[in-house]
Design a protein around this ligand. Structure first.
Ligand code: PLP
Length: 384
């Protein structure tokens, strides 16, 4: 397998050579904690204990690295475990980070409620406005600029190349949470980012059956430091979770094409709907980040958020009335989900600069027959 192979080829083959002993076409689940040594220190393939390394996890890590065009990736028990490992590794108490004004609530909670106590300070910046980020970088020395694009749940778009330039001029690292786009739609390292974060729970896993996370890095020295922290603190992906994620990754491209197509039709329908005051989807030409998204993404993703004219209670009622869109947290699975961010995924940012509008609904548009999805939303928005 080489990096010249196409994305779909890498997704199916990178890190997944047939098993040398049996010829098994799919990497086995190495459900094992320890490995026989051929004499003290005589490791077979570098494996000694599964917190440090496990062959099923290695297969997933090699595949994720290939998909992001990087030499190395690390797989974790969750997206939050990956973020925690990254911050412990690249930041020290007393450092300052810039965090986006729209982001997954749990990410903000990690900065505001966990790392603040450790001595890491954070300032919130409008991540779609590079001039505002530059202004903040000029105020004080900064270790990390943290970006999501598209953002969760408001679907803001950050210009990765411009942010990388601004961060690097100020001596900071640019971290991009690529969960919403997945490596199929967007490859932040190629645009200058230093670290990519994934909640592999979402599109990479793709079937709502496993929680996981990943860090992907271009710099081998940083990868080594991250691997040290990962082993020292232990938030690793288990073998079965790694295997499930790897199985999901094989169909990522095919699923994403369909997610994007369905989401575009849903966004267009909602934009015309009389009950809807605003549709947030970077694929719509009216979206302020549309042009940047077109430049740095292959397509616009499967998440659509929208606001209802009739306000919060109407939004909560609509979330409870769908037949096919399942009311639930998370996103990125083959099945469509609906949620009310202010009371669900983003309840932890209430009262913070990241508070989300109370009339907002977020959809994770699945890969079902799109006509069925459109019918389901239309009936749910008929407030009777
Ligand atoms: C954009 C984003 N980043 C990170 C996370 C955290 O990942 P996990 O739930 O796998 O810990 C989430 C979870 O929803 C997310 O949406």
């Amino acid at each position: 397998m080489t990096y010249q192979d196409g994305f779909e080829t890498l997704a199916i083959h990178a890190g997944q050579e047939p098993d040398p002993v049996t010829g098994a076409v799919v990497p086995p689940i190495y459900q094992v904690s320890t490995y026989k040594q051929d004499g003290v220190g005589g490791l077979r393939g570098g494996y000694e204990y599964s917190r440090s390394a496990n062959p099923t996890r290695t297969a997933l890590e090699q595949c994720l690295a290939a998909l992001e065009g990087a030499p190395q990736a690390l797989a974790f028990a969750s997206g939050m475990a990956a973020e925690d490992c990254l911050l412990r590794t690249v930041c020290s108490p007393g450092d300052r980070v810039l965090v986006p004004d729209d982001a997954y609530g749990g990410t903000y909670r990690l900065f505001a409620r966990v790392f603040a106590g450790w001595g890491l300070t954070h300032d919130v910046v409008p991540i779609s406005h590079v001039a505002a980020v530059r202004e903040q970088l000029a105020v004080r020395k900064t270790t990390v600029v943290w970006a999501e694009t598209p953002t969760n749940p408001l679907l803001g778009i950050a210009d990765i190349r411009a942010l990388a330039e601004a961060a690097h001029e100020a001596g900071a690292l640019l971290v991009v949470d690529n969960t919403f786009a997945s490596p199929y739609l967007q490859q932040p390292l190629a645009l200058g980012a230093d670290v990519v974060v994934h909640s592999t729970t979402k599109y990479l896993g793709g079937h709502s059956d496993v929680v996981g996370g990943a860090l992907v890095v271009a710099d081998p020295e940083l990868a080594e430091r991250l691997a040290f922290t990962q082993n020292a603190t232990g938030g690793v992906a288990g073998p079965f979770d790694s295997w499930l994620t790897l199985r999901g990754v094989k169909t990522l491209a095919a699923r994403m094409d369909r997610h994007c197509r369905n989401a575009m039709r849903v966004a267009q329908m909602l934009a015309e709907h009389p009950a809807v005051s605003e549709v947030l989807y970077p694929g719509l030409p009216s979206h302020p980040g549309h042009k940047t998204a077109q430049e740095q993404m292959r397509a616009f993703g499967g998440i659509v958020s929208f606001r209802l004219l009739a306000g919060e209670e109407a939004a909560v009622r609509a979330c409870g009335r769908t037949r096919l869109f399942t009311l639930g947290e998370s996103l990125g699975g083959v099945e469509s989900l609906i949620e009310h961010p202010a009371r669900m995924t983003h309840a932890s940012v209430t009262g913070s600069p990241l508070e989300v509008p109370s009339d907002l609904i977020r959809l994770s548009v699945g890969i079902e027959d799109c006509d069925d999805l459109l019918d389901d939303l239309r009936q749910a928005l008929t407030d009777g």
